[in-house]
Design a protein around this ligand. Structure first.
Ligand code: HEC
Length: 183
Protein backbone atom coordinates (compact mmCIF):
# COMPACT_ATOMS: atom_id res chain seq x y z
CA UNK A 1 0.00 0.00 0.00
CA UNK A 2 2.75 2.41 1.00
CA UNK A 3 4.73 1.27 -2.02
CA UNK A 4 1.81 1.97 -4.36
CA UNK A 5 1.34 5.43 -2.90
CA UNK A 6 5.01 6.17 -3.46
CA UNK A 7 4.86 4.93 -7.05
CA UNK A 8 1.94 7.21 -7.74
CA UNK A 9 3.52 10.31 -6.25
CA UNK A 10 5.03 11.48 -9.54
CA UNK A 11 1.86 11.33 -11.66
CA UNK A 12 0.04 13.06 -8.81
CA UNK A 13 2.30 16.08 -8.95
CA UNK A 14 2.25 16.17 -12.73
CA UNK A 15 -1.42 15.68 -13.46
CA UNK A 16 -3.41 16.39 -10.33
CA UNK A 17 -4.96 19.52 -11.83
CA UNK A 18 -6.26 17.65 -14.88
CA UNK A 19 -6.83 13.94 -14.79
CA UNK A 20 -4.38 11.31 -13.59
CA UNK A 21 -5.70 8.50 -15.77
CA UNK A 22 -3.01 7.08 -18.00
CA UNK A 23 -3.81 5.11 -21.17
CA UNK A 24 -3.58 1.32 -21.36
CA UNK A 25 -5.11 0.44 -18.00
CA UNK A 26 -8.17 -1.56 -19.14
CA UNK A 27 -6.66 -4.96 -18.30
CA UNK A 28 -6.91 -6.21 -21.90
CA UNK A 29 -4.07 -7.79 -23.89
CA UNK A 30 -1.77 -7.99 -20.90
CA UNK A 31 -2.33 -4.40 -19.80
CA UNK A 32 -2.48 -3.41 -16.17
CA UNK A 33 -5.68 -1.93 -14.75
CA UNK A 34 -6.40 1.15 -12.62
CA UNK A 35 -5.57 -1.20 -9.75
CA UNK A 36 -1.88 -0.50 -10.44
CA UNK A 37 -2.31 2.71 -8.41
CA UNK A 38 -5.81 2.34 -6.89
CA UNK A 39 -4.63 -0.83 -5.18
CA UNK A 40 -5.86 -0.60 -1.62
CA UNK A 41 -8.93 -2.83 -2.10
CA UNK A 42 -9.20 -6.16 -3.96
CA UNK A 43 -9.97 -6.00 -7.70
CA UNK A 44 -13.69 -6.65 -8.41
CA UNK A 45 -14.55 -6.60 -4.72
CA UNK A 46 -18.18 -7.85 -4.46
CA UNK A 47 -19.78 -4.73 -2.92
CA UNK A 48 -19.73 -3.03 -6.33
CA UNK A 49 -20.56 -3.75 -9.96
CA UNK A 50 -19.59 -2.70 -13.46
CA UNK A 51 -21.93 -2.85 -16.46
CA UNK A 52 -21.41 -2.41 -20.20
CA UNK A 53 -24.49 -1.83 -22.33
CA UNK A 54 -25.09 -0.99 -25.97
CA UNK A 55 -22.40 -3.25 -27.40
CA UNK A 56 -24.11 -5.19 -30.21
CA UNK A 57 -23.76 -8.98 -30.31
CA UNK A 58 -23.07 -8.53 -34.03
CA UNK A 59 -21.79 -5.22 -35.42
CA UNK A 60 -22.66 -3.74 -38.80
CA UNK A 61 -19.56 -2.34 -40.52
CA UNK A 62 -19.32 1.46 -40.20
CA UNK A 63 -22.39 1.68 -37.95
CA UNK A 64 -22.40 4.03 -34.94
CA UNK A 65 -23.39 2.55 -31.58
CA UNK A 66 -23.96 4.27 -28.24
CA UNK A 67 -22.23 2.44 -25.42
CA UNK A 68 -22.85 3.05 -21.72
CA UNK A 69 -20.51 2.14 -18.87
CA UNK A 70 -21.95 2.03 -15.38
CA UNK A 71 -20.07 1.49 -12.14
CA UNK A 72 -22.03 1.21 -8.91
CA UNK A 73 -21.17 0.91 -5.27
CA UNK A 74 -23.15 2.47 -2.40
CA UNK A 75 -20.22 4.54 -1.08
CA UNK A 76 -19.13 5.87 -4.49
CA UNK A 77 -18.98 9.68 -4.68
CA UNK A 78 -16.61 10.08 -7.62
CA UNK A 79 -15.91 7.70 -10.48
CA UNK A 80 -13.92 7.08 -13.61
CA UNK A 81 -13.46 4.52 -16.36
CA UNK A 82 -11.47 3.52 -19.43
CA UNK A 83 -12.53 1.34 -22.38
CA UNK A 84 -10.71 -0.12 -25.39
CA UNK A 85 -12.04 -1.80 -28.55
CA UNK A 86 -9.58 -4.12 -30.28
CA UNK A 87 -9.64 -6.99 -32.74
CA UNK A 88 -9.76 -10.18 -30.76
CA UNK A 89 -8.01 -12.34 -33.35
CA UNK A 90 -6.83 -12.40 -36.93
CA UNK A 91 -4.14 -10.34 -38.65
CA UNK A 92 -4.89 -7.23 -36.62
CA UNK A 93 -5.16 -8.86 -33.19
CA UNK A 94 -4.84 -6.27 -30.46
CA UNK A 95 -5.11 -3.27 -32.83
CA UNK A 96 -7.79 -0.57 -32.69
CA UNK A 97 -11.15 -1.83 -33.91
CA UNK A 98 -13.31 1.07 -35.01
CA UNK A 99 -13.19 4.51 -33.37
CA UNK A 100 -14.53 6.14 -30.22
CA UNK A 101 -16.43 9.43 -30.41
CA UNK A 102 -17.27 11.28 -27.20
CA UNK A 103 -20.89 12.43 -27.14
CA UNK A 104 -20.46 15.04 -24.37
CA UNK A 105 -17.74 16.63 -22.19
CA UNK A 106 -17.77 13.74 -19.71
CA UNK A 107 -15.59 11.50 -21.88
CA UNK A 108 -12.54 11.89 -24.11
CA UNK A 109 -10.68 9.68 -26.57
CA UNK A 110 -6.99 9.40 -25.69
CA UNK A 111 -4.24 7.61 -27.65
CA UNK A 112 -1.50 5.64 -25.91
CA UNK A 113 2.10 6.85 -25.97
CA UNK A 114 2.86 5.19 -29.30
CA UNK A 115 -0.38 6.49 -30.84
CA UNK A 116 -1.28 2.90 -31.62
CA UNK A 117 -4.35 2.30 -29.46
CA UNK A 118 -7.01 4.89 -28.66
CA UNK A 119 -8.94 4.58 -25.41
CA UNK A 120 -12.05 6.36 -24.22
CA UNK A 121 -12.14 7.51 -20.61
CA UNK A 122 -13.71 10.02 -18.21
CA UNK A 123 -12.68 13.67 -18.23
CA UNK A 124 -12.16 15.67 -15.02
CA UNK A 125 -15.80 16.85 -15.23
CA UNK A 126 -16.85 13.31 -16.05
CA UNK A 127 -15.49 12.03 -12.74
CA UNK A 128 -18.23 13.85 -10.85
CA UNK A 129 -21.48 12.00 -10.18
CA UNK A 130 -25.00 13.51 -10.03
CA UNK A 131 -25.77 11.50 -6.91
CA UNK A 132 -23.74 9.08 -4.79
CA UNK A 133 -23.69 5.40 -5.65
CA UNK A 134 -23.42 5.37 -9.46
CA UNK A 135 -21.03 6.64 -12.09
CA UNK A 136 -22.17 6.47 -15.70
CA UNK A 137 -20.85 7.52 -19.11
CA UNK A 138 -22.24 7.21 -22.62
CA UNK A 139 -20.15 7.56 -25.77
CA UNK A 140 -20.26 6.47 -29.39
CA UNK A 141 -18.32 3.71 -31.04
CA UNK A 142 -18.06 3.58 -34.83
CA UNK A 143 -17.62 -0.04 -35.89
CA UNK A 144 -14.77 -0.89 -38.29
CA UNK A 145 -15.76 -0.44 -41.92
CA UNK A 146 -13.74 -3.46 -42.99
CA UNK A 147 -14.75 -6.10 -40.50
CA UNK A 148 -12.10 -8.72 -40.13
CA UNK A 149 -12.66 -10.31 -36.79
CA UNK A 150 -14.58 -10.17 -33.53
CA UNK A 151 -14.03 -7.02 -31.49
CA UNK A 152 -13.27 -7.32 -27.80
CA UNK A 153 -14.05 -4.45 -25.43
CA UNK A 154 -12.13 -4.18 -22.17
CA UNK A 155 -13.41 -1.87 -19.46
CA UNK A 156 -11.99 -0.81 -16.12
CA UNK A 157 -13.77 1.56 -13.75
CA UNK A 158 -13.11 3.19 -10.42
CA UNK A 159 -15.79 3.49 -7.74
CA UNK A 160 -13.95 6.22 -5.86
CA UNK A 161 -14.33 7.73 -2.42
CA UNK A 162 -13.71 11.30 -3.58
CA UNK A 163 -10.65 12.02 -1.45
CA UNK A 164 -8.67 13.19 -4.48
CA UNK A 165 -6.18 10.36 -3.93
CA UNK A 166 -5.72 6.87 -5.34
CA UNK A 167 -6.42 5.49 -1.86
CA UNK A 168 -9.64 3.85 -0.66
CA UNK A 169 -11.04 3.30 -4.17
CA UNK A 170 -12.58 0.17 -5.72
CA UNK A 171 -11.66 -0.99 -9.23
CA UNK A 172 -13.93 -3.13 -11.42
CA UNK A 173 -13.26 -4.75 -14.81
CA UNK A 174 -15.47 -6.14 -17.57
CA UNK A 175 -15.15 -7.68 -21.03
CA UNK A 176 -17.62 -7.84 -23.93
CA UNK A 177 -17.29 -9.16 -27.48
CA UNK A 178 -19.02 -8.18 -30.72
CA UNK A 179 -18.99 -10.42 -33.80
CA UNK A 180 -18.54 -9.06 -37.33
CA UNK A 181 -21.77 -8.88 -39.32
CA UNK A 182 -22.52 -8.57 -43.01
CA UNK A 183 -21.83 -5.13 -44.62
C1 HEC B 1 -0.30 5.67 -12.57
C2 HEC B 1 -1.21 5.72 -11.44
C3 HEC B 1 -2.69 5.74 -11.71
C4 HEC B 1 -3.41 4.89 -12.53
C5 HEC B 1 -2.89 3.74 -13.38
C6 HEC B 1 -4.78 5.31 -12.40
N1 HEC B 1 -4.91 6.35 -11.53
FE1 HEC B 1 -6.62 7.26 -10.96
N2 HEC B 1 -5.59 8.49 -9.75
C7 HEC B 1 -4.23 8.51 -9.60
C8 HEC B 1 -3.86 9.60 -8.72
C9 HEC B 1 -2.42 9.97 -8.33
C10 HEC B 1 -5.06 10.23 -8.32
C11 HEC B 1 -5.22 11.45 -7.41
C12 HEC B 1 -4.97 12.73 -8.16
C13 HEC B 1 -6.05 13.07 -9.16
O1 HEC B 1 -7.25 12.97 -8.87
O2 HEC B 1 -5.71 13.44 -10.29
C14 HEC B 1 -6.13 9.50 -8.98
C15 HEC B 1 -7.45 9.80 -8.83
C16 HEC B 1 -8.48 9.20 -9.50
C17 HEC B 1 -9.88 9.46 -9.28
C18 HEC B 1 -10.45 10.37 -8.20
C19 HEC B 1 -10.38 9.55 -6.89
C20 HEC B 1 -11.02 10.15 -5.68
O3 HEC B 1 -11.35 9.38 -4.75
O4 HEC B 1 -11.19 11.38 -5.62
C21 HEC B 1 -10.58 8.71 -10.18
C22 HEC B 1 -12.08 8.64 -10.35
C23 HEC B 1 -9.61 7.93 -10.92
N3 HEC B 1 -8.35 8.25 -10.48
C24 HEC B 1 -9.92 7.02 -11.91
C25 HEC B 1 -9.00 6.15 -12.47
C26 HEC B 1 -9.36 5.12 -13.44
C27 HEC B 1 -10.75 4.87 -13.96
C28 HEC B 1 -8.20 4.47 -13.76
C29 HEC B 1 -8.02 3.31 -14.71
C30 HEC B 1 -8.60 3.42 -16.02
C31 HEC B 1 -7.12 5.10 -13.02
N4 HEC B 1 -7.65 6.11 -12.25
C32 HEC B 1 -5.80 4.71 -13.09
C33 HEC B 1 -3.33 7.64 -10.19
C34 HEC B 1 -3.64 6.65 -11.09
Amino acid sequence: MILAAAMCAAPLALLASANAVVPARTGGFGEMTCHQCHSENPLNEPSGTIGLSGIPDTYTPGERYLITVTVARPQLVRAGFQVSARFERGERTGRNAGTFEPSDDRTEAVPDDGGRITYIQHTAIGSTVPSPGTGQWTFAWRAPSDPAAPVVFHAAANAANGDGLPLGDFIYTAIATSQPGAP
